[in-house]
Ligand binder design. Structure first.
Ligand SMILES: [Zn+2]
Length: 102
């Protein structure tokens, strides 16, 4: 089962390689841009395996808002939360849930 969910924007194909995954810390979906950069220019290297995704560099969401900041490394389908996360999974490494099971 896949942990990364590819967003197909068939309407205009302007955004390619955009994936979503469920963050177990935020209980929310985070976007990962692997081909077309995000609005602020971010783009990640992705191993192409939606079942055991690895991306680099680290994923940092809501950098300027500590109350909802989420900072992690994703490797082999596991997500390692760093100490500056807002949620209580900080400093822990957990498996990313399957997209279809959430
Ligand atoms: Zn998160």
């Amino acid at each position: 089962m896949s942990k990364f969910h590819l967003i197909n924007d068939s309407s205009d194909n302007k955004v390619q390689g955009l994936y979503l995954f469920h963050c177990p810390g935020c209980r929310n979906a985070h976007p990962v841009h692997t081909i077309t950069p995000s609005a602020n220019g971010s783009k990640w290297d992705f191993n192409g395996d939606v079942d055991k995704p690895t991306i680099s560099p680290s994923l940092l969401c809501n950098k300027h808002w500590p109350e909802c900041r989420c900072h992690s490394f994703i490797k082999d389908g596991m997500i390692q939360f760093l100490s500056d996360c807002w949620h209580n999974l900080k400093n822990q490494t957990v498996e990313i849930p399957d997209w279809d099971e959430v």
